[in-house]
Design a protein around this ligand. Structure first.
Ligand code: GLY
Length: 323
């Protein structure tokens, strides 16, 4: 299944569940001082979760362009890390909760009409004390107990470690869904049960929100890699051509296992991030998001330089992202 088909299927599936399809928010949310770049689909709905704005809909679905720098050192080296990526999401603002979120995730992944993935290769995790989510997986979905794990706040809270370390704001326990491929186990979907507002330090810092909400994030590139049977996100239909084009403009052949291969993947990732940021008028500079983009550009230019490039080349890749 092509990435474009996956994106469309996801949004169409959640429309059948009553979700309103909303466009991606911007990549640089200047209205939100707590982040430099949009890190997840839920970002545009923070006020909805806090009950601070009038709701025109209580269910939504989006494909959000995101940029995260937390895993920057892994980009190009690991199969599944990016700076820029697309996150497929479905959201409930005081409407459906754990049962529907889990059942619909299962239906979308396994039903023949949708992704038709092998149910025997799916496993899940839940937060330590989340008996409700565990019960739904075990008793309703009939996931075998050996494929359900209970993990701590590092893995199964969103944001990670929010109860003990923050940040303040909306948060909740989550349930992650993994798919076993021939290359290993891939985390493809995070279902967050957003039911708390964190205010200050433990022990009494998790205040129930006015309503119980759902925020989910499925990695488009990771799920496309699973569906396309490739060993890394960088080999899916919308990324491999850009990696190979990076080789073309740098006059080297793309050999996935080599140091050059890692450099070309990093260039492809960083050029996507920079293109989308510059599109929103983030020009490389000394502070904040401008500095992040400057660093990404520098790293990509350095990779080119180390492969012998002495002329500008990144701009040639901007037009090479396949539709
Ligand atoms: N907001 C859910 C996630 O980023 O995984």
């Amino acid at each position: 299944m092509k990435s474009n088909e996956l994106r469309e299927k996801y949004l169409a599936f959640f429309e059948t569940k009553g979700c309103t399809r909303r466009p991606s928010d911007v990549l640089v949310p200047r209205w939100d001082p707590s982040v430099l770049f949009t890190p997840a689909g839920m970002n545009q709905f923070k006020d909805h979760f806090l009950g601070r704005c009038k709701l025109e809909f209580t269910r939504a679905t989006t494909c959000q362009k995101c940029l995260r720098t937390g895993d920057i050192d892994n980009v190009g080296r690991t199969a599944y890390h990016h700076t820029f990526f697309e996150m497929l999401g479905n959201f409930s603002f005081g409407d459906y909760f754990k049962r529907d979120a889990i059942h619909w995730a299962w239906e979308f992944l396994t039903d023949k009409k949708w992704l038709a993935l092998d149910p025997n290769r799916i496993s899940a995790t839940v937060y330590l004390d989340d008996d409700e989510a565990a019960g739904i997986w075990l008793n309703e979905i009939k996931l075998p107990p050996e494929r359900l794990q209970r993990l701590g706040e590092d893995e199964n809270f969103w944001p990670a470690n929010a109860p003990s370390q923050g940040p303040d704001g909306v948060c909740g326990p989550c349930s992650e869904i993994y798919y076993q491929t021939e290359f290993g186990s891939v985390e493809i979907w995070n279902l967050v049960f957003t039911q708390f507002n964190r205010v200050g330090d433990p022990p009494h810092n998790l205040r129930p929100l006015p309503s119980r909400n759902i925020d989910t994030g499925m990695g488009l590139e990771r799920t496309a890699a699973v569906l396309q049977g490739v060993d890394t996100n960088f080999h899916i239909d919308i990324l491999r051509p850009l990696v190979e084009a990076s080789g073309e403009v740098c006059h080297v052949r793309y050999e996935p296992e080599s140091e050059t291969g890692r450099r070309l993947r990093r260039i492809a990732d960083h050029v996507r991030a920079c293109t989308f940021a510059i599109h929103e008028n983030v020009i490389p500079g000394p502070n904040k998001e401008k500095y992040v983009i400057k660093r990404l550009l520098r790293r990509a230019v350095l990779d080119g330089h180390q492969m012998g490039m002495r002329e500008p080349f990144l701009h040639k890749l901007v037009a090479r992202w396949p539709n």
